[in-house]
Design a protein around this ligand. Sequence first.
Ligand code: ATP
Ligand code: MG
Length: 603
Amino acid sequence: MRLSQMLFFTLRDDPADAEIPSHKLLIRAGYIRRIGSGIYAYLPLMWRVLQKISQIVREEMNATGAQECLLPQLQPAELWKESGRWDTYTKAEGIMFALIDRREQELALGPTHEEVITAIARDMIRSYRQLPLNLYQIQTKFRDEIRPRFGLMRGREFIMKDAYSFNADEESLKKTYEDMHQAYSKILQRSGVAFRAVQADSGAIGGSGSQEFMVLAEAGEDEVLYTEDGQYAANVEKAVSLPTDAEPSPFSTYEKRETPGTNTIEKLCQFLKCSPTQVVKTVLYQAVYDDGITVLVLVSIRGDQEVNDVKLQNALVETKTIASLGTSPKTLLSLTVPTPEAQENWAAKPLPLGYIAPDIGDESIAADKQIHPKFLRLVDQTAVDLKNFVTGANESGYHVVGNNWNQQIKIPSISVDIRKAKPGDRSIHNPQETLRSARGIEVGHIFQLGTKYSQAMGATYTNEQGEEKPLIMGCYGMGVSRLAQSAVEQSYDQDGIVWPVAIAPYHAIVTIPNINDTQQVEIAEKLYTELNQAGVETLLDDRNERAGVKFKDADLIGIPYRIVTGRAIANGKVEVVERQNRKSQEIPIAEVVSTLKQWIVNS
Ligand code: ATP
Ligand code: MG
């Protein structure tokens, strides 16, 4: 492609609305253009990058035996109602764009395709002989993200590769899952990014085991906790660890004490001269379920620990939790720490905030049809283990010391792991190892789904014994457009993007310093033609611009090799500059094509 004929547009200055380097650079270098919030046009250079990544993805998916297809983006609401996710996706998370057509039918724009693929499997898979089966597509997804940001990182329209596997048993699912794990590792290696596979929370998608593939970068929205020995890595949402040991309690007798102005753990510990590890703090949450019922949740945890919101959310939809409510809501619509105003709606009298104990009476909740009449009480293991601990006295300005479970205070009925693991904690697999923290960008997520969707939607097959069984499923997502930008986030310098060769839009750019010099032009034209013929994807900068401008642009757009038909042509050579390390060398014109081909193969 000739730059003189291309839609080529670079900016000298950073765009005002971009926060992270990769977003700034992709805009400045003319790869993407913002059309609306979280909506971007992929301009010609970007589209080439996306196609290269898609091709790598395709090759590695095909190598596992997965088959490519293309599923509809417009999805009937009925399918989502069958799976039970319509409300979660349109109301609770609100991430799905839903619409009503001219026939008054509800539809959605696909944020993911479990429902569609399960409907297909239900119709087309009959027998174990058709299994295992793995179908994938590369397609635009739509999600009404709360906070679209960072360009392609979190768009409302983005490109994803999603695969769905159907297996006859758990063992076969594990094999497919392992194959996908390998394929993802190869895709990311080939794309030239540094990454880490980590244990992950399964979120609204559901199912048991899942792993995320994180591209390591400071601007990443996710925190990863890992050990140096390489044996453990998890998203902080999912991570577990050993808490530090609690200090022995200085309180041996049970006693209520006046503790004025100690509504935070820090103030309390200063006042009582004790350690936060000797305190059971009780945090209040407000959960709204799909039947419109608000449940007030009390979470008791050791004073030095924090509640992990994702673990809490998961605990709140677990069967044993729901069963303890005595009603049967299905979907958790929201989970918040109630504001003082929100409390006015349901508290019978003002709560002693900062002084609440795990056993605060249910009479604090005003009688109201929309409010569950009892607190849902959860306790974290860190609090369960304490002796002679401190709690609030359920009265403003007072605490109780020397408390013991089931002696002076009833232990909450549901015990769960709900604490946030943090850097510095000891690892469970080996307490000698401590957790370290890194930032990552989630580019892929693989799940063992099990029978959640097949059961809900009645997708079954007949096994060897002639019995009808639900299909066992897995799903495997990879953000193609997010991966493209992540590569930039990991690889740039003060002059611009430094693309890994495998996913660069072009391998090389031939720059003519002075287009009025016919010899320069002639050699450049010849190299441009020969390189492209030899499969070295090459741009020709034939614009009527100063050489300095051309060099700057070539650096900004990040093409791996720049070939300059400058002074060296007098000696039958051209200058070749490597973008990554700025190494420059003169190469005889006749050897340029073979040299570049070699470099690209070896890159
Ligand atoms: P996140 O936690 O970042 O919101 P997710 O867990 O909702 O992502 P999945 O449903 O697992 O994402 O989707 C699979 C992949 O699609 C993700 O790993 C990510 O690479 C990509 N992806 C998800 N949401 C977006 C988005 N809004 N913009 C760009 N890529 C996305
Ligand atoms: Mg995910």
